[in-house]
Design a binder for this molecule. Structure first.
Ligand SMILES: [Fe+2]
Length: 355
């Protein structure tokens, strides 16, 4: 089958404290803080941070819910590693860069004959930099220059106890094709997909299943780009035709619209269509990531939300250059797609304390 998917859109993890996550993603992985907003489900305000490449492109967006309230349990049935592509020959730079930050890593390894360095986030999740040809525009920092910086996602690794059912899901429901096996790793690609179109299934038959809830130290889900809202509806119907009948309704995430399904290996899989304007709905390209943005239907609760969030220091490279950026209220978009498909929104009705 041909795939409705264009590649990975974003991947979401749950760290512990917010500032440690900001510091690791921006300083150690050299990513741009693209957006500060909040989780749009539940009664407790939790940050939602987005990090990306120089152009804040889909396919480079790692997002996080800093969730110190509850530990997660890493295991099978989860994304286990997020891979960024970096220029060829730069693995030694990254090994030394991780050393300078005291970040735990395994040195330079190879998978599918390609060098990579895997590094541990302070909350326990793993990221890696993989040498690959990729011409997207990186975000450069003082320590990680444009000649070595990550271009965006290369792949995601999913840990599974059994390969077969997850392989059928990737191939039959998402349109991936299998391209190789290297030891316990089974590689899949979206035919004709853009950068970030690779999934490696890591076969770990003896590893216990990980948690599915929001919990510190785990990846929560992975999202793939589809063209538009109609493609979300088509993909949902396709899941149902194949028997994956627990596909969610279409949810309004303000910057994009989302539909979720639990894949047979346990990993939560989202399909995502960008809303018109995307990340620039409430910030200019220069302002991205400099302040807390709320979806317009949360604005009335801003004071309560802010009071319950831990303060974070925005990295120097994301600070506005001239003056403090004023909050620019965004317009409330209709709760339907352009073609009239209803979107679900969670109201901002928060508990009054974090306990
Ligand atoms: Fe998501």
């Amino acid at each position: 089958m041909s795939s409705l998917l264009k590649g990975i859109h974003h991947i979401t993890h749950c760290p512990g404290p917010a500032q440690a996550d900001v510091d690791f993603l921006t300083q150690v992985l050299g990513q741009r803080l693209v957006k500060q907003t909040v989780l749009m489900d539940g009664r407790i305000p939790i940050y939602h941070f987005y990090y990306g490449n120089g152009d804040a492109e889909a396919g480079s967006i790692e997002t996080s819910f800093p969730y110190s309230r509850r530990p997660g349990r890493p295991g099978t049935g989860q994304v286990s590693v997020v891979s960024y592509s970096v220029p060829r020959g730069t693995a030694p730079f990254w090994r030394e860069h991780f050393d300078r930050h005291g970040a735990e890593h395994n040195g330079i390894e190879e998978r599918f004959a390609t060098p990579f360095v895997r590094v541990r986030h302070p909350a326990g999740m793993y990221f890696e930099v993989v040498e690959a040809d990729d011409h997207r525009r990186p975000w450069a920092t003082k320590e990680v220059g444009a000649d070595v910086a990550a271009r965006g996602f290369f792949a995601a690794v999913m840990s599974v106890r059994s390969v077969d059912e997850q392989e059928r899901f990737l191939v039959d429901a998402l349109g991936f094709r299998k391209v190789g096996v290297d030891g316990p790793y089974h590689r899949f690609e979206i035919p004709g997909g853009g950068p970030g179109s690779v999934i490696d299934l890591h076969h770990e038959p003896a590893r216990p299943p990980g948690s599915w809830t929001f919990g510190a130290g785990t990846f929560h889900h992975i999202a793939f780009t589809v063209e538009n809202d109609d493609a979300l509806v088509t993909q949902k119907a396709f899941y149902e035709e194949l028997g994956y009948t627990d596909a969610s309704e279409l949810k309004d995430r303000f910057y994009f619209h989302s539909m979720y399904v639990r894949s047979p290996g346990g990993i939560l899989v989202e399909c995502t269509a960008n809303a018109p304007g995307g990340f620039y709905l409430d910030e200019t390209p220069e302002e991205l990531g400099t302040k807390l943005n709320l979806p317009p239907w949360y604005e009335a609760q801003r004071a309560d939300i802010v009071a319950m969030l831990e303060p974070v220091i925005v990295p120097d490279v994301n600070r506005p250059r001239y003056v403090t950026v004023a909050t620019r209220p965004a317009a409330v978009p209709p709760a339907t797609t352009a073609s009239g498909i209803p979107l679900s929104r969670t109201k901002a009705e928060f508990a009054t304390s974090r306990n």
